[in-house]
Every structure is written in structure tokens, then in C-alpha cells.
Design a protein around this ligand. Structure first.
Ligand SMILES: Nc1ncnc2c1ncn2[C@@H]1O[C@H](COP(=O)(O)OP(=O)(O)OP(=O)(O)O)[C@@H](O)[C@H]1O
Ligand SMILES: [Zn+2]
Length: 680
């Protein structure tokens, strides 16, 4: 039960009439009372979250729980108005609660400084709310909350803003489109060779500096590097070139070790000499090696020109004006004698230009590289168990990426970028606009009022888009997609009376029995981890605890050939519980498969539009008749997002099962028709 749910404060009754008189007059007594007593979860206390929380407490919402994993940064203060300078470095959720409470002391706000993906915020936790509102900034957390709301059958309002654009999407599990029903664009990626060998634009150099060089030198061991290079060869990229890249990476690992050793010993001369070697490796030796691969340059207009540290540090590069071939060393036209007096992009020194908005000279970049690489080496070496990751707000990290990307741009005759521009590009920043957040937060509250009044027909998906006919457009939420890998699955709450006392096999058998899957060979997943399949049954004998499961963990059980909808099993605990099924069990629907998909390759996964209720449970499965019936009317089903376990400690097994539709009916008619059926 949520902390809010357990609160004894009587908001409606304790309210001063004057405070709520207006809200009551506008909403009506009944709607206001619902608003005031409903339990709301707000996920994220950033740009949208702060505005939203303020709106909620001023509208008269009485029970709010807010969660955010972050602390307040100076850069948040321009738009996250619940925070002030003295709050910097304090948890966002706690300060948001404190400030919003001062606007309306009658409201119960409970704040968590935590990640919403933590095991304690499992399906049972989500079930404690009437409505969840997302105010997040990343796909992963949004998909997680969406899945939890679908599994718990709790309405969700999703939101987001980018510059002047924004969106609000009310989601009613099983009845409207969920967040995963519409595939989301993934961030743009570049071919390996473009980044590592043949950049042609500033962003290629910035990605190289941020994602490759920074990580190689200061970040976590990149275990995926070999895999990525193998994939590049398989995708048809030049095998010889990829071999050179492997060699480069090995050399870089040796240099990193030398750099860390010197930094750890506090030997600054040695650190500088290793940093110089790194410079010569990436801007001279590696480039010379690439130039030796004649094929690579036959169809490219210009070849890169290596930089030598001893010359570059003097501001002297070998880059000819057209960059066609290594020309005799020339003094960089924008060189200055000191990094402290940089120049503008047209080469003239302009003291009035802000420091971050100057285009640095070759020499400036070399100096910035030396200082930032040395400082980062000291930081990374001081705690090797805590590798660095790039953060646009980390000055040294940004200096490093600015200088190393610019030096690469010089080698490849590409325009250099200012530190300000690099920050925008490396941080994928589109400026956040306070008024967009304010409009979207207002729309969130309007949708919340409709949902809490049960007036789903009034809810609207709202979009803000500049340049279109209407800045604000709204339309009725879409239908769920039959291809969705989240809301079209079956969710089965399973209550166990002890993680040590119940084996994985017992749970699987109960679910197979309840789901009419007794004749199926099944595969059992914990997220992307396979716990059991027909050729690997060792774990079935082990207790849930021994296979690493916790209360709240979400197991996925699929028939081996994946002809049926996946069954997601949500574990929870009731120490008194016997093993039983609550309510009528909804069987997974069949889906047709032309080619049986794998779980990781489920773009080929196909969903059938056959109502399982119309078929006897056992025949909904592998029978040829069912296969023929579903083939040809199917659509593609997308994969599940990789689930991560959610949880807490516990002990017996109850199985409850219902489709979202069934659960929704329960919600609508206000009755809980679930009857306990003892199995054991
Ligand atoms: N998994 C998560 N659990 C809890 N809170 C999260 C999670 N992921 C993101 N958030 C929070 O969602 C909020 C999103 O707010 P916003 O988009 O304004 O980002 P920001 O980090 O405050 O700003 P910026 O990215 O511009 O510096 C952030 O405060 C962030 O900490
Ligand atoms: Zn969906």
C-alpha cells in the first residue's frame, strides 16, 4: 500500500472552504471530491513535473506521490520553478514536495528520491494509485511505467516536450493505444567506419570524441566493441579497415593502462608524456595507417592529414588549404600564442565574444586537450571501480570532447565547433521551453479530471506542433495495436507464500494449468534472461529465490514456438496464501507464425486476430486448424521491451488472471467479481 494510501489526513473535510470554493464551483461537488481523494503518482520532478505538481496542488488534488532519481542542477533553475539556488544538489522530489506543500498545506504529498524502476515500485505499488502521470525525459523509463500501468491496469497519462513541441497521451490499458503501441524512433546512429575512419561532418567527430575516445580512455570497459566490429563486417563494412580498428583499440587499452599508472603515482610529467603519445596515436599514427589503405580514398574528394604533437602544440599543422595531400607544414592561420586569447571563426581575435562561443585555434585545442585529458586521467585513476561517463555538464568532459573533436575536424578538413555548439550537439540538446512545459502540464490536468470522472470519451491526445495549421491539436486516443508487444500480452498476478519454499517449476506448472498451456513446451524468461526451456530444465527444480527472483519480478512464459500471446507473471507475496486462481482465467490468444520468431527477433512475430473465447482453450494452440485460421489475417507483433525484475522478500502460490479488458470491466461496474478457486 502506498504511503499516500495509508495517510489518515482527510483532505476534503479538513479543507478550508475558501481555498477550494472556486475549484468546487468549476468542477462540481462530486468531481471535486473525486479529485481531492484520488491517489495520483507523478513520475519525474523536472520541467514538466514541477509545473504539473504546482497545478495539481492548486487544483485541489489531495493525495500525490512524486518520484525522481535526480538532484537539482543550476541549469534546471530557468524553468523548474519549484527550485531555487539554495536547493542545488538536493533531491528534486523532496524539494518539489516542500515547495508545492507551501502552496497548499492541505495536500498530502509523499516524495521518493529514487528510480521508478527499483524493485520496490512493482505492480503491487502501481495498483495503489487511481492514476499515474509521467513527466519523464527518456524512453526507457517511459516504457517501464507504461508496462507497469498495463500490468496493474491503472490509467496513465504520458507526456513530453521538445522545444516548442509537446504531447499528452491518456492511456487506458486494454482500451486505448498504449505508449508502446506506436513504435518510437530510436536515436540516430552512424556506421562504425564513418565515425572511426571517414568522418565528414562535425557531428561525426563529436560522436567519435564522446562515444569512442572518451570511453576508451576514461569510461567502462566496452565489452560490446568486438561484437560491434563483427556486426560491422557482417553488415558489409570493409573487413581490412575493421581489422585496423581492432588493432587501434588494443593499442589504446595499453595507453590507458600507462595513463592510469602515471596518474595514480601523481607523476604529472609522465601523465603529460602519455597524453602526448595518445595525441600522436590518434591524430598521426592511426591516420597514417588509414592513408595506407589506398582503396579507401579513391572515391573520396579529400584525404585526412595527420597532426604531429610537436608541431601542433606550436600551432603548426600540415594541413594544406584544400587538404588534398599532406602539404609542407604551415602555421595555422588562426593560431595564437595562448589558449587564453582565442579567436573567432574567421580568425580574428574578439575579446567581446563569450568564452564558450569562440572557435578555438589548433593551439588552443591542443592545450585544452592536454589539460582536460590530464585532469580526467587523475579522476578516473583515483577510483577505477567508478569509470567516467560523458556528461555535458561536466566541464572537463566537455573540454575534452570539444578539443578532441575539433582536432579530428582539423585532420579531416571539417569545420570546427565552439564549446557551446559542442555542448548542444554532444548533449543532444534542444532548448527546453518553460511555456511549452506549462501548456502541457495544463493539458495533463485537464485529462486527469476527465479520467477521474470516468469520462474517457472526453479524453484527448493533445499535440503541440509549431509550423502546423494549429499549434494545439487534439484527437481521441487511438485503439490498441494488435501488434503491440506490451498491451497485447496477458498479465497474471501470482502470489507466492515463500520465495524459498516455492520452486520455479511449481509456478510454471500452475500458470500452464491456469492458462490451458499444459500441452505446450514453454520457455521461461526473467527479462531477457532465459530461466528454462525444453532443453534446459535445471532451474525448474530450484526455489524462486535461488534463481534470483524477487517479489514483483515479472516472469514471461511463452510457448516454445511463440504461437500464443506471451504470459507475463507478476510475482507478489501473501504469507497466508494457498495456491489458487482468482477469477476466470483468460487464455492467451493464438498468433499465427509464418516463420517462428525468436524473442529477440520478434519483428517477424505475428499476432492473430482470433478471439480465444470462441475456441476451446486447448485448441487455441498448436493445432493445424488454429494455425490455418490465423494465418493470413495476422499482423506483425513487436517484441517486449526487455523487462527487469521488480520485487521484495516473501512465501505458496496464488494465481490471479484477467485480460486488461476483463480487469477494465471489473473497474467499470465497480464490482470485484474475482472468486477464489483453490487448486491445492
Ligand atoms: N527512471 C527514472 N526514475 C525517476 N525519475 C526519472 C527517471 N528517469 C528520468 N527521471 C526524471 O525525470 C525528469 C525529467 O525532467 P526534464 O525533462 O526536465 O529533465 P532534467 O534532467 O531536469 O533537465 P535536462 O535534461 O534539460 O538537464 C528528471 O528530473 C529526471 O531525473
Ligand atoms: Zn500497446
Amino acid at each position: 500500500m502506498s504511503a499516500v494510501a495509508s495517510s489518515s489526513k482527510q483532505n476534503g473535510e479538513a479543507a478550508q472552504p475558501a481555498r477550494y470554493a472556486l475549484a468546487e464551483a468549476i468542477l462540481g461537488k462530486e468531481a471535486f471530491s473525486r479529485t481531492n481523494t484520488a491517489k495520483i503518482l507523478v513520475v519525474g520532478a523536472g520541467g514538466i513535473g514541477c509545473e504539473l505538481l504546482k497545478n495539481l496542488v492548486l487544483t485541489g488534488f489531495g493525495n500525490i506521490e512524486i518520484i525522481d532519481l535526480d538532484t537539482i542542477d543550476l541549469s534546471n533553475l530557468n524553468r523548474q520553478f519549484l527550485f531555487q539556488k539554495q536547493h542545488i544538489k538536493k533531491p528534486k522530489s523532496l524539494v518539489a514536495k516542500q515547495t508545492a506543500s507551501s502552496f497548499n498545506p492541505l495536500v498530502n504529498i509523499f516524495a521518493h528520491h529514487a528510480n521508478i524502476k527499483e524493485p520496490r515500485f512493482g505492480v503491487a505499488y502501481f495498483k495503489g494509485f487511481d492514476l499515474v502521470m509521467n513527466a519523464l525525459d527518456n524512453l526507457d523509463a517511459r516504457r517501464w511505467v507504461n508496462k507497469m500501468c498495463v500490468a496493474a491496469n491503472i490509467p496513465l497519462i504520458e507526456s513530453g516536450t521538445t522545444g516548442f513541441a509537446g504531447q499528452v497521451q491518456p492511456i487506458r490499458p486494454g482500451m486505448t493505444e498504449c505508449y508502446d503501441c506506436v513504435p518510437k524512433a530510436t536515436p540516430k546512429t552512424f556506421p562504425v567506419c564513418t565515425i572511426r575512419s571517414t568522418p565528414s561532418t562535425p557531428i561525426h567527430c563529436i560522436v567519435w570524441a564522446k562515444s569512442w575516445l572518451f570511453t576508451q580512455l576514461f569510461g567502462a570497459d566496452d565489452e560490446t566493441e568486438d561484437e560491434e566490429l563483427n556486426k560491422a563486417v557482417a553488415d558489409g563494412e570493409d573487413a581490412q579497415e575493421i581489422d585496423s580498428l581492432r588493432k587501434e583499440a588494443r593499442e589504446m587499452r595499453d595507453m590507458r593502462a600507462a595513463l592510469f599508472a602515471a596518474a595514480k603515482n601523481g607523476d604529472s610529467d609522465k601523465v603529460r608524456s602519455v597524453v602526448e603519445r595518445i595525441f600522436n596515436k590518434v591524430y598521426k599514427n592511426d591516420i597514417e595507417r588509414l592513408l595506407g589503405m589506398e582503396e579507401m580514398w579513391t572515391h573520396r574528394p579529400v584525404k585526412p592529414v595527420p597532426l604531429v604533437f610537436a608541431d601542433a602544440v606550436q600551432g603548426v599543422s600540415s594541413v594544406g588549404s584544400n587538404g588534398a595531400a599532406p602539404a609542407p607544414p604551415a602555421v595555422d592561420s588562426t593560431a595564437t600564442t595562448s589558449a587564453a586569447a582565442p579567436t573567432t571563426s574567421n580568425g580574428s581575435t574578439d575579446a567581446s565574444t563569450l568564452k564558450d562561443q569562440r572557435t578555438l585555434t589548433l593551439q588552443d585545442n591542443v592545450q585544452l586537450f592536454l589539460s582536460s585529458a590530464s585532469s580526467l586521467a587523475v579522476r578516473a585513476a583515483s577510483d577505477p571501480t567508478n569509470p567516467l561517463s560523458f556528461d555535458k555538464d561536466d566541464d572537463e568532459a566537455l573540454d575534452f570532447v570539444t578539443s578532441t573533436s575539433n582536432l579530428r575536424s582539423i585532420v579531416y578538413h571539417i569545420d570546427r565547433k565552439t564549446r557551446f555548439e559542442v555542448k548542444q550537439m554532444a548533449g543532444n540538446i534542444i532548448p527546453a521551453i518553460a511555456s511549452t512545459n506549462a501548456i502541457i502540464s495544463g493539458m495533463l490536468v485537464l485529462q486527469a479530471l476527465h479520467i477521474l470522472s470516468g469520462e474517457w470519451e472526453k479524453t484527448r491526445t493533445v499535440t503541440l506542433a509549431r509550423g502546423s495549421d494549429r499549434y494545439i491539436a487534439s484527437f481521441a486516443p487511438g485503439e490498441p495495436s494488435s501488434k503491440c508487444g506490451t498491451c497485447q500480452d496477458v498479465y497474471v498476478p501470482v502470489t507466492v507464500c515463500g520465495l524459498e519454499r516455492v520452486t520455479l517449476g511449481e509456478v510454471v506448472e500452475k500458470v500452464r494449468g491456469a492458462m490451458g498451456m499444459e500441452d505446450e513446451e514453454v520457455v521461461v524468461y526473467d527479462g531477457s534472461r532465459i530461466l528454462a526451456d525444453p532443453d534446459f530444465e535445471d532451474n525448474l527444480e530450484k526455489s524462486l529465490k535461488d534463481v534470483g527472483l524477487q517479489v514483483g519480478s515479472m516472469l514471461t512464459i511463452t510457448d516454445e514456438d511463440q504461437r500464443l500471446q506471451a504470459v507475463n507473471v507478476v510475482l507478489s507475496v501473501d504469507r497466508e496464501a494457498a495456491v489458487r486462481i482468482l477469477g476466470e482465467v483468460a487464455k492467451p490468444k493464438p498468433r499465427a507464425v509464418d516463420e517462428p520468431p525468436t524473442r529477440d527477433d520478434s519483428d517477424d512475430d505475428i499476432v492473430a486476430e482470433v478471439d480465444p473465447a470462441s475456441l476451446p482453450a486447448k485448441e487455441v494452440k498448436k493445432t493445424q486448424a488454429a494455425k490455418e485460421q490465423v494465418t493470413g489475417i495476422a499482423g506483425k507483433k513487436r517484441p517486449h521491451p526487455d523487462d527487469e525484475p521488480t520485487s521484495s522478500e516473501a512465501n505458496g502460490v496464488i494465481v490471479e488472471a484477467s485480460t486488461p479488458e476483463k480487469k477494465q470491466r471489473t473497474l467499470n461496474d465497480g464490482s470485484n467479481a474475482q472468486a477464489a478457486i483453490e487448486l491445492d
